[in-house]
Design a protein. Structure first.
Lengths: 175, 737
């Protein structure tokens, strides 16, 4: 376990208190994550990959698509596939409600929607505070999650966006 | 100074493709009209432009190739070399090579073609070859014996020429290559004090005395890039030089530049140019006097091209086609000789863009009208009015934006003469190619994708269609076979026909082959059309001799598949002994289709209207199940397969009893298919969006469109549905992923 793991949520810590030069980027947007909820679990996506957050709108199912690709939506004239994160993680599926949120992310040149129960927060997570998925052994699927970070009482699972949207839409795997 | 040459290179590559098309087209025309001076001049200009650009950007290989080609062309123009087939072949080969080199430089990949040195050697040898024009012999010998002509040249480049990519040094260097520069005087009179000097401006002028054996036109050609802006005066000094005939400039207003040139710039002892005379304009001007060079009374000849304001008329006067107007003809040049990969771009005439700008302007106004109508003091009538105005504008905007994508199919047709010529040579056939409807416009994406099938059809017509000379003589036909390519619009389709007056398709042979290949049973009863259509099956070719041109039986099936993929159809009409016509029918654009909305379960889909033959509600029991699970329905005395959309696409809660649902009969390209849907809804024209850009290709779906509620509706691909239905044979899980 990494004893230095701590929150930067309140922007209290000074970069100078760290010896590791990597931590000097603590306040840069590169370390900011959008966290989202699936049930009681909180997951994090790098905020730079997030284009926008949209309320749930009607999806058009695609024939013979993987289960996790729930359909396509119209994003200002662009036809964008939507991946259900619950389905992707093998969690119990829930009905989409008006609280369901679609996070529009960019992966390479493609734009993909990720359906989640709700978005929670934007947090700073310095890279040193992240425990790599590979450290966690077999309990974590290192192909889907990058690591785990603890922010005060919360635990945020950081996702590997490329892998998550890639497997749903196999053509994206070229990125 | 270090410039970023990237954009200039990109422009060069794009223009190179156009010049090469022009070069090739011109050379082919030249064979038929060897004395057309205007044509030679056009080819020459294309070569010259290529050379200039290549030299500026340091593409030495291209420059030397085009230089040699240009020399040959120049000698053809001057009547020293004949227009011979071998020479045209050589020049065409040079053009091809330049195309390859352009691709190599553009992609910064690939190796220089191995033929470079040999072609260059041949070109240079030919460029230096003794004259082979018989009839002009007398004039020729006179020319050869004559000493070099002297020209007095004044050259003051435009101050901004460096920024335009023209380096005066290149011009001077090129001049010195023409002969001996006996004298060169630099006019530094316009040089400002150092503090006021802009390093990117050109302040110098030159006057020089050039002794050359080259004709005056070659001297003039050196300036062809700069004459639009620069002051260029060429005066022959010896009477042995033929007076060149340039159109005299007609403007008479003195431009400030010429004043300064006449007044201050020149070195009086050597060259006196009365500024008043200059100001009055040629040809009334007094003869230029050049005392230092002892020459007889010089004839004042000038390429005086006025700066900016008179540019257009001057360019016309010199037969210069580099007019500034935008052009559509080269819009698809990327598909031309030098084409291949790379980001595709469309050249849009400024006029079309202006129209769009205007429309968008109107749209903004209409939008503000709507906004105002919605304010408290607005009325519903006003809002309605504004909305309808807005609707009208958006519709026009859509139409015009679509037109931006339309390019003339001539960009593909322009490749045909060359191909036919080469084929005729290698097959030892005499051929005439006729092309109609080059200006017919179609979507750029389609133009690019129709090129290969079209080239194949023409190749096929030349190789298999048209008979050899003996066979034609025996059949009492004229010696030259005729291949006709025609394009025209018909409704919302474009039709391209490739006809030949050859022997037609040998249906019996085709039948035997089809039986041999197991495509049809030995006793199959097929009518003439069906027999001819066998030509599209894979592995069938009726050519008795396999040539490297065609005859391997790969091809027609690929052509058909390509056309199917574009949502088009292909038909063949063939009469034994009379000829064959292949008819391609393609949608004008891939971007918009007319669609029929259908619903299955809770989902809606669009079926392209063009594919729909009929919609029928079958009687109870009319849809029969075959052993193995496949379903068929009788239509006009024939059984056609039934595809249950809900099964193919895995849609729950659909109507499964055919007599309570509807069969939409579609033409799939390989026959009819009855698609079972719950019901049909409305028809409308829909903008096709692809799924690939953010997702991937979905089998059975050709694209998607945004419906009136802002949701997404999938557009079905009926050919893919038919294939999936065949594969599924009634079982579930149609599309094998």
């Amino acid at each position: 376990m990494n004893p230095t793991m701590q929150t930067n949520k309140h922007h209290e810590s000074s970069p100078h208190s760290f010896d590791d030069p990597e931590r000097h980027t603590t306040f840069s947007v590169a370390n900011q994550y959008l966290t989202l909820m699936l049930g009681d679990e909180e997951y994090g996506l790098p905020i730079l990959d997030v284009q926008e957050i949209r309320a749930f709108s009607r999806l058009t199912p695609l024939p013979n698509a993987p289960m996790s690709v729930r359909g396509v939506m119209n994003l200002r004239g662009r036809i964008v596939p939507v991946v259900d994160l619950r389905c992707r993680f093998g969690l119990e599926l829930v009905e989409y409600t008006r609280f369901t949120v679609i996070v529009i992310v960019r992966v390479g040149a493609k734009i993909v929607g990720v359906a989640v129960d709700a978005v929670a927060d934007v947090v700073d997570i310095p890279s040193a505070a992240v425990q790599a998925a590979s450290d966690l052994g077999s309990v974590a699927d290192a192909s889907l999650i990058r690591g785990v970070a603890r922010i005060e009482e919360r635990v945020v699972v950081l996702l590997r966006l490329e892998a998550i949207v890639a497997e749903g839409a196999s053509a994206i795997s070229s990125y | 100074m270090d410039y970023d040459l990237g954009p200039i290179r990109a422009i060069f590559f794009e223009e190179a493709a156009e010049h090469l098309v022009e070069l090739e087209k011109g050379l082919l025309e030249l064979e038929d009209a060897p004395n057309d001076k205007e044509l030679i001049a056009r080819i020459f200009r294309a070569a010259h432009s290529l050379k200039g650009g290549a030299a500026t950007l340091g593409f030495a290989e291209i420059a030397s190739l085009t230089h040699a080609a240009e020399t040959i062309l120049g000698r053809i123009r001057d009547g020293q070399l004949a227009v011979a087939g071998a020479r045209i072949d050589l020049l065409l080969a040079a053009g091809d090579l330049v195309g390859k080199l352009v691709a190599v430089f553009r992609d910064e990949a690939g190796e220089q073609p191995s033929t470079l040195l040999s072609v260059l050697e041949l070109l240079e040898a030919d460029a230096a070859a003794p004259s082979d024009v018989r009839e002009a012999g007398g004039r020729q010998s006179l020319r050869v014996e004559r000493g070099p002509a002297h020209y007095l040249i004044n050259f003051v480049p435009d101050a901004g020429d460096l920024l335009a990519g023209n380096c005066p040094l290149l011009v001077l260097r090129e001049l010195s290559e023409l002969g001996v520069v006996a004298e060169l005087v630099v006019d530094a009179g316009r040089l400002p004090p150092l503090t006021a000097m802009d390093p990117e401006q050109s302040y110098l002028g030159w006057s020089l005395n050039l002794a050359t054996r080259e004709p005056a036109t070659s001297v003039r050609d050196v300036f062809s890039f700069v004459e639009d802006r620069a002051l260029v005066e060429i005066t022959p000094l010896s009477d042995t030089a033929p007076p060149t005939t340039f159109a005299p400039p007609h403007a008479s207003t003195p431009s400030p530049k010429r004043e300064s040139f006449g007044g201050a710039s020149l070195n009086p002892p050597r060259l006196t140019v009365p500024s008043a005379a200059l100001a009055a304009g040629f040809p009334q001007a007094a003869p230029v006097q050049a005392r230092a060079v002892r020459a007889p009374e010089p004839t004042p000849v000038a390429v005086i091209v006025r700066p900016q304001e008179d540019k257009a008329p001057a360019a016309e006067a010199h037969g210069n086609e580099r007019s500034p107007k935008a052009t559509t003809t080269a819009a698809g040049a990327a598909t031309g000789t030098a084409a291949a990969a790379g980001g595709s771009s469309i050249r849009v005439p400024t006029e079309k863009v202006d129209q769009l700008v205007n429309l968008v302007g109107e749209l903004v106004i209409a939008q503000s009208m709507v906004a105002r109508a919605l304010e408290p003091n607005g009325t519903i009538e006003k809002a309605r009015e504004a909305a309808s105005a807005m609707g009208r504008i958006t519709q026009e905007l859509q139409e015009r934006v679509m037109k931006v994508r339309m390019v003339p199919i001539g960009t593909v047709f322009s490749r045909l003469p060359r191909m036919v010529r080469d084929l005729a040579g290698s097959l030892k056939k005499e051929l005439e190619l006729e092309i109609f409807g080059e200006e017919t416009e179609m979507d750029k994406a389609l133009v690019e994708r129709v090129a290969d099938p079209l080239l194949h059809l023409v190749r096929n017509a030349v190789d298999h269609g048209v008979e050899g000379p003996e066979a034609r003589a025996k059949a009492g036909k004229s010696g030259a076979g005729r291949v006709t390519v025609r394009a025209f619009h018909q409704g919302t389709s474009i039709v391209i026909e490739v006809s030949d007056d050859g022997n037609g398709i040998d249906r019996e042979r085709l039948r035997e082959k089809a039986i041999g290949a197991g495509h049809i049973g030995a006793n199959a009863q097929l009518n003439d059309d069906e027999l001819a259509a066998l030509v599209f099956l894979p592995g069938l070719s009726t050519a008795k001799v396999v040539t490297d041109v065609s005859g391997r039986g790969v091809g027609m099936d690929v052509v058909k598949r390509n056309i199917d993929e574009l949502g088009g159809t292909i038909q063949v009409d063939s009469r034994r002994g009379v000829g064959s016509t292949f008819r391609l029918r393609l949608p004008l654009t891939l971007a918009v289709i007319d669609g029929q909305t259908v619903c299955v379960g809770s989902q809606t889909f669009v079926i392209p209207l063009g594919a729909i033959v009929a919609s029928v509600r079958p009687q109870l029991g009319e849809v029969r199940t075959l052993p193995g699970g496949g379903e068929v329905v009788r239509r006009r005395g024939r059984m056609i397969p039934v595809a249950r959309l809900h099964k193919l696409l895995g849609i729950p809660n659909a109507m499964t009893e055919p007599s309570r649902a509807l069969l939409v009969v579609v033409e799939t390209g390989s026959g009819e298919l009855a698609v079972l849907v719950d019901q049909v809804l409305g028809q409308q024209s829909t903008v096709v969006k692809n799924l690939e850009s953010d997702y991937r290709r979905v089998d059975g779906v050709m694209g998607a469109t945004v419906d009136a509620e802002g949701g997404v509706t999938l557009i079905l691909d009926v050919s893919a549905l038919a294939r999936a239905n065949d594969a599924a044979q009634g079982s579930s899980g149609a599309f094998a992923n």
